[in-house]
Design a protein around this ligand. Structure first.
Ligand code: SAM
Length: 287
């Protein structure tokens, strides 16, 4: 079994198995040991941790996780990678379970019950960028017991997750992530650390799950429907965006009255509101 995390050994494994990269699966494998070590440190992996890795690829980061954690579950969609992981790169580890599935279809709660007695796990991944948001939101919204999510994402997406009101990157993703977790960008990662090189810059972000959300809201789903509608038409005022939103069935006068009670002008846009203000709006605006 070769130790991965460098171009020479990665190329040797790829050639041995005649593996061709699949663009549709967002395959950019890490080939930099220094970055891999920093990810493990950022995720704060301890010897009694149970870790979920999404998209192990040829098992580069999985090797680091297996060395540091008690238990690793790795979910990989590409069936061509499974023999590489099982017969070769992870064959000497007895603390890893490899699942050949689409992460969006896996019952994560069942895995956490089975592998960690339902206690919070840590998620670590160099994510496939084409489904970053559905993966992260899926983990949060299905209420999988989580301690933290430490992931490589596109740099702009990391930025969007951590900004506050009044900035151009602030939006539905920022609010959703910040409702569930405390985001912190841990490092930037240049394209040269991957094989093949992606044509975007990357960053590692750590999302530490809140024990309880920072704001109270009667109906989470309704708040997120309102948030999505507020940012659907960024250039419009909040009143018009919400009034136009199909499915919400809100009344313009009532939205204006609630905004006034919050001390906000009728011309305010969604990008100016904090999470607490969206929670208040969701609780008080009527259908
Ligand atoms: N962890 C490896 C590394 O760092 O070298 C590979 C990272 S690569 C950016 C993303 C991985 O996710 C690929 O192995 C890809 O096949 C896998 N993947 C893509 N879509 C997936 C999905 N829906 N479910 C599970 N794995 C997926």
């Amino acid at each position: 079994m070769a130790t991965l995390g460098n171009p020479t050994n990665t190329i040797a494994v790829l050639q041995k198995y005649h593996f061709n990269f699949q663009k549709k699966f967002g395959q950019n494998f890490l080939v930099d040991a220094n970055i891999l070590e920093k990810i493990i440190l950022s995720a704060d992996i301890k010897s009694d941790d149970c870790v979920l890795e999404i998209g192990p690829g040829i098992g580069t980061m999985t090797q680091y996780l297996c060395e540091n954690a008690r238990e690793v579950v790795a979910v990989e969609i590409d069936k061509k990678l499974i023999p590489i992981l099982k017969e070769d790169t992870l064959s000497s580890y007895n603390n890893v379970t490899i699942i050949n599935e689409d992460i969006l279809k896996v019952d994560m709660n069942a895995i956490v019950r089975e592998k960690n007695a339902g206690k919070p796990i840590k998620v670590v991944a160099n994510l496939p960028y084409y489904i970053t948001t559905p993966i992260i939101m899926g983990l949060f919204e299905s209420h999988v017991p989580l301690e933290s999510i430490t992931v490589m994402v596109q740099k702009e997406v990391a930025q969007r997750m951590q900004v506050g009101p009044g900035t151009k990157d602030y939006g539905a993703l920022s609010l959703a992530v910040q409702y569930y977790a405390e985001p912190k960008v841990m490092m930037s990662v240049p394209a040269s650390c991957f094989m093949p090189r992606p044509n975007v810059d990357s960053a590692v972000i750590k999302l530490t799950h809140h024990e309880k959300p920072p704001v109270q809201v009667k109906e989470e789903k309704r708040m997120f429907d309102i948030i999505r509608a507020a940012f659907n038409q960024r250039r419009k005022t909040l009143v018009n965006s919400l009034n136009n939103a199909e499915g919400l069935n809100l009344n313009k006068e009532n939205i204006l009255a609630v905004l006034e009670s919050m001390g906000l002008p009728a011309t305010v846009r969604g990008e100016a509101l904090t999470l607490a203000q969206f929670a208040y709006l969701a609780d008080f605006v009527k259908n």
